[in-house]
Design a protein around this ligand. Sequence first.
Ligand code: PEP
Length: 287
Amino acid sequence: MRCPPPTLAEDAHTGLDDFLPCMLNFAVYHFFRGIRLMRRKFIAGNWKTNLTRDESVALASGLAEKVGSASSVDVAVCPPSVYLDCVAAAVSGSAVALGAQNVYHAGNGAYTGELSTCMLKDVGCDFVILGHSERRHILGESNRDVNLKVLAVIEAGLVPILCVGETLEEREAGKTRDIVAEQYIGSLAGLSAEQAAGVVVAYEPVWAIGTGKVASPEQAEEVHADLRSLIESRYNAEVASKVRIQYGGSVKPDNAAELLSQPNIDGALVGGASLKVEHFMGIIDAA
Ligand code: PEP
């Protein structure tokens, strides 16, 4: 039986058998709505292959000092892997969490040049960016590759930040929704609903990354809302209401507030503007 939350007038004409399911729907509706409203904003910085060791420590220390030991939004930095250890020390005791930019899906062993999830945990990571468009388009990662990594990261108790997004050509061909759906579904194959609820998704239109061209709040919100509907149809309403969907693509202090005020935008994955304390803090403060 499907019914909207009952009105008082309807209640007067409803028998108990009808009334109880209605009340249940009403409670479930508000329970999930409450969860949606409780999604904490999450701002993460992707440093890519920028900065020296000293610059990384200075940036991390500056952020740790400004953010302090408690924050109303979740904050993470994802330095190059070679600097994870020193950045971990610099943010220790603050509310700034640590993330990696990639990982290999297999455990420790004969995988020259790769990093395992155990190593990331060992240096204090909580998050791992996976499926970034630079890895998909420059390094040739497929949805299957990303899927193996997502599974390994979850198995290790880390949180994936799964990036999805269309190229300009795909957007102009009207394929945005299909590309985003294909990347989301392919990258999360084999996950339970509970596991899917814990994956942070970053919608990053490729044409907006590092280009200074930001998606308008309406363009971004449209894709985020579509993604949330996809998550609901693939899993359920509870999962859809829990998943945090970040926007990424030329987010700056002066455009962050409008993007982050959209109902389905739960944070930002920030490249260029995460490399300076005042810029990144401007985005955190706008959240
Ligand atoms: C990114 O690389 O994830 C990104 C969003 O970069 P930028 O903010 O520089 O566009």
